[in-house]
Design a protein around this ligand. Structure first.
Ligand code: F6P
Length: 328
């Protein structure tokens, strides 16, 4: 694999995230800039197995920097988890003359990429694209900033109706295993309590906090619950539990769901995605493989794909304290 790279392919995989299009655009344009060809692969690894791809030129990615979702579409491919599937994908890449692959996604995407490198020694560079922000080696993942703004806007609206009716709202936000969205939007939207998987505060603490809120004269309350929370009850069970013990609460549940993944990317996400798209192409051209490009302390950085998925980003303890202090 030492001949110069003449063609790079790009795919998006796993859950989509706002800013993925900006990253695709940057990859395609960096290829044009460095005078190499670019191939867009549809539907992630599944499209790679099925040969669902076409050449992408700079003009084909016009007017997508502002669009949510991914023009390449995404999928969670079961077939790529089999050796047969990966073998087919490798043959398709060879046949198309592809010398390097850019994969945009989260931990599932990177796990698949690592396996592929291990088996076929194919050059791959990852770009972190997930609203969860649960990838190590970058200050933020693409889509996270936009999702925060989307969620804060939604909670603000729920707050209007909660205070008009003196209600207690449990709002579930995304974050399969990580509480970054819940913690930051909880602070940003002024939630009374925030439940995250990284720190199980327990039911007692929740009850205590609701009592304190009531005592301090608050007539309505917002509890932001991360979907991955480890309290042992889902958001509906949690609401039922509180209702049973404290029947005077007028409780409602709101699950924000997939609307958190949609929408036009924020400026931050567009810039981040543009930087990482360029960096991914440059990294492949430098003959690096098995790494993810990220932005750390505002500098483009690289980290091994294995580290990116295995190591955790720590929850900022200071934020937990700020949440506690500002919700009195
Ligand atoms: O990983 C991103 C994410 O949006 C998680 O927050 C969420 O748990 C999951 O994807 C939902 O996946 P799906 O779209 O397959 O339901």
């Amino acid at each position: 694999m030492n001949e110069p790279i003449k063609k790079i392919a790009v795919l998006t995989s796993g859950g989509d995230a706002p800013g993925m299009n900006a990253a695709i655009r940057a990859v395609v344009r960096a290829c044009t800039y460095y005078r190499i060809d670019c191939l867009g692969i549809y539907r992630g690894y599944q499209g790679l197995i099925e040969g669902d791809f076409k050449p992408f030129t700079a003009r084909e990615v016009s007017n997508i920097i502002n669009k949510g979702g991914t023009v390449l579409q995404s999928a969670r491919s079961e077939e790529f988890k089999t050796l047969e599937g990966r073998q087919k994908a490798f043959e398709n890449l060879k046949e198309a003359g592809v010398g390097g692959l850019v994969i945009i996604g989260g931990d599932g995407t990177f796990t698949g990429g690592l396996k592929f490198i291990e088996e076929f020694n194919f050059p791959i560079v990852g770009i972190p694209g997930t609203i969860d922000n649960d990838i190590y080696g970058t200050d933020k993942t693409i889509g996270y900033d936009t999702a925060l703004n989307t969620v804060v806007e939604a909670i603000d609206k729920i707050r209007d109706t909660a205070s008009s009716h003196n209600r207690l709202f449990f709002i579930e936000v995304m974050g399969r295993d990580a509480g970054f969205i819940a913690l930051n939007t909880g602070i940003g939207a002024g939630a009374e309590e925030i439940l995250i998987p990284e720190k199980n505060l327990g039911l007692d603490r929740l009850e205590e906090s609701l009592k304190v809120s009531k005592k301090s004269g608050k007539s309505s309350s917002i509890v932001v619950v991360s979907e991955g929370d480890k309290i042992g009850k889902n958001v509906f069970e949690l609401a039922d539990y509180i209702k049973e013990k404290y029947p005077f609460y007028d409780i409602r549940v709101s699950v924000l769901g997939h609307m958190q993944r949609g929408g036009s990317p924020s400026c931050y996400d567009r810039v981040l995605a543009s930087r990482l798209g360029v960096a991914a192409v440059e990294t492949l051209l430098d003959r690096s493989t098995g790494v993810m490009v990220g932005v750390t302390n505002n500098q483009v950085s690289t980290v091994g794909l294995n580290k990116a998925i295995k190591m955790n980003n720590d929850i900022n303890i200071e934020l937990l304290k700020v949440a506690e202090i500002t919700s009195v």
